[in-house]
Design a protein around this ligand. Structure first.
Ligand code: HEM
Length: 402
C-alpha cells in the first residue's frame, strides 16, 4: 500500500501490529499521556485520535451536536482513502437526515424480525459445519464459517439472491480498502456495485418482496428515497452487515481458544452465552477505524483543546480497553459488568444491526464448539496476520484443526 509519510509528531495510523490479535501498545500510551493525540491517516490527513472511554462516549452521544459526519464530505476533509466519501450515506450524514435514513431500514432489525431469522441462520450454520466436518483439517475458518454465515444472513435480509453473495463480498472488500491508491479503481468498483443494486431494485419493483430492498423500493415509489440514497444505504448495509460480524466471529473464536476454562463453560452452560457474547464484543475490536467526525466548535477533550474544523477519530476498540473504565481491560472476563461497552458505538449512529450480530455470534459460536469440541488453531497465534489495507480487521486466513 502506498502511504503518505506521517508529519513529525503525528504517528501513522493504524498503528503497526506484530500479529492480528495484538492490541497496539500505542493505544495504552495515548490513553495515559495523550488522549487526543494527532495521528496521520494513510492519505496523509491528520486527525485527533480519541482513546479514552469517557471521551469516546461523550463524542458518540454528542448531546450538544458538536461532531458532524456530514462535513466529512467537504473536499478538503480528512478521510481514510483517496476516494471521497459520498454524501447521504449513514456514516456521512447528521440527524435529522441520518435519522430519516435509519428509519427506512430499522423495521428489518427489530427483535421480532431478527428472531424470525433464527431457524434459517441455524440451518445455514449446520450445513456449513456438515461440510467442514467432511474436510480434512486444517481448514480456513474464514471460508468455512465466519464469512458465509453473515453474508448469507445480510443478503437474505436485503433480498440479494444467493448468486449475488460472492459479488457483494468482493465489492465490499474493495470499498473497505484504506489506501492512497488510485481513486479511479475504487470508483470503478463502486459503480459496478451501484449498477447491480439498481438492477436488483428493478427486479423488486416488478416482483414486490417483503425483504429490505422490497420495502426500500416501495419507499422510493412513495418519494421517500431517491436512487442515490438507495445505493448508499444498500452499500453501507452490505458492508456493515457482514465484514463486521466476520471479523468478530474470527476474533471471538481466538479469544475462546485462548481461555479454555471459559470455552468449556460456554460449551456446556447455555445460561452464560449472552454474557459471553457481550464480553467477546468488548474485547475484540472489529477494526482500528471507528467513527470519524469534524468538530464544529472549539472543545476540550481529555484536557486537550481541539479547534473547530479539526477531525476526531474514535476507535471504539481502544476505548473498550481503557483501564479507567475496566479493570484489567485486556482480559476476557465475561462476569464483569460491561453493559455500557462501546463495541456497537452509541448515540445517533449506534449500530442498527446489533440484534442480528448478537444472534449470529451466538449461533455460529455455540454450534461450532459443540460440533468441534477439540477445535484449535493450526498455526501459531503470532502467524495470524491482518490484511494490511483493510479498515476493518480482516484475516488472510484462520487455519483450524480438531
Ligand atoms: C459484531 C458485529 C458488529 C459490530 C461490532 C458493529 C459495530 C458498529 C459500530 C461501532 C457502529 C457505530 C458506527 C458510527 O458511529 O459511525 C455501527 C453502526 C451501524 N451498524 Fe454495526 N456492527 C456490527 C454488525 C452489524 C450488522 C450485522 C449490521 C447489519 C446490517 C450493522 C449495521 C449497522 C448500521 C446500519 C449502523 C448505523 C450507522 C449510522 O447510523 O451511521 N452492523 N456498527
Amino acid at each position: 500500500m502506498d502511504t503518505v509519510s506521517a508529519p513529525e509528531g503525528c504517528p501513522a495510523f493504524p498503528p503497526a501490529r506484530r500479529h492480528a490479535y495484538e492490541h497496539p501498545e500505542l493505544y495504552y500510551e495515548f490513553q495515559d499521556h495523550e488522549p487526543a493525540a494527532k495521528v496521520t491517516l494513510p492519505t496523509g490527513d491528520v486527525v485527533r485520535l480519541i482513546t479514552r472511554f469517557e471521551d469516546a462516549k461523550q463524542i458518540l452521544i454528542d448531546r450538544e451536536n458538536i461532531y458532524s459526519r456530514k462535513l466529512l464530505c467537504e473536499p478538503d476533509a480528512p478521510w481514510f482513502s483517496t476516494l471521497r466519501p459520498p454524501p447521504g450515506m449513514l456514516t456521512t450524514s447528521d440527524p435529522p437526515e441520518n435519522t430519516r435514513l435509519r428509519r427506512l431500514a430499522a423495521g428489518c432489525f427489530t427483535a421480532r424480525k431478527v428472531k424470525a431469522m433464527e431457524p434459517r441462520m441455524q440451518a445455514v450454520t449446520d450445513r456449513l459445519l456438515d461440510a467442514m466436518e467432511d474436510m480434512t483439517p486444517p481448514v480456513n475458518l474464514v471460508e468455512t464459517l465466519s464469512l458465509p454465515v453473515p453474508i448469507a444472513m445480510i443478503c437474505q435480509l436485503l433480498g440479494v439472491p444467493p448468486d449475488g453473495e460472492a459479488l457483494v463480498h468482493d465489492w465490499c472488500n474493495s470499498l473497505l480498502t484504506i489506501t492512497a491508491d488510485s481513486p479511479e479503481e475504487l470508483m470503478a468498483q463502486q459503480m459496478k456495485m451501484a449498477g447491480y443494486i439498481l438492477e436488483l431494485a428493478e427486479v423488486k419493483r416488478k416482483e414486490p418482496s417483503d425483504d429490505l430492498m422490497g420495502s426500500l423500493v416501495a419507499a422510493m415509489d412513495e418519494g421517500k428515497l431517491d436512487d442515490g440514497e438507495l445505493i448508499m444505504l444498500i452499500m453501507f448495509l452490505c458492508i456493515a452487515g457482514h465484514e463486521t460480524t466476520l471479523s468478530m466471529i474470527n476474533g471471538a473464536v481466538v479469544t475462546l481458544l485462548d481461555n479454555p476454562e471459559h470455552k468449556q463453560r460456554f460449551m456446556t452452560d447455555p445460561s452464560c452465552v449472552d454474557a459471553y457474547v457481550e464480553e467477546l464484543i468488548r474485547v475484540n475490536p472489529i477494526g482500528d477505524g471507528g467513527p470519524l467526525a469534524i468538530v464544529t466548535k472549539d472543545v476540550e477533550i481529555g484536557g486537550t483543546k481541539i479547534a473547530a474544523g479539526e477531525a476526531v477519530l474514535v476507535p471504539v476498540g481502544a476505548a473498550n480497553r481503557d483501564h479507567r473504565r475496566y479493570e484489567n481491560p485486556g482480559a476476557f472476563m465475561p462476569e464483569r459488568d460491561n453493559r455500557d461497552h462501546l463495541g456497537f458505538g452509541g448515540g445517533a449512529h449506534s449500530c442498527l444491526g446489533a440484534p442480528l450480530a448478537r444472534l449470529e455470534l451466538r449461533i455460529a459460536l455455540t454450534s461450532l464448539f459443540k460440533r468441534f469440541p477439540t477445535l484449535r488453531l493450526a498455526v501459531d497465534r503470532e502467524e495470524l496476520q491482518l490484511k494490511p489495507t483493510m479498515s476493518l480487521h480482516t484475516l488472510h486466513t484462520l487455519p483450524m484443526t480438531w
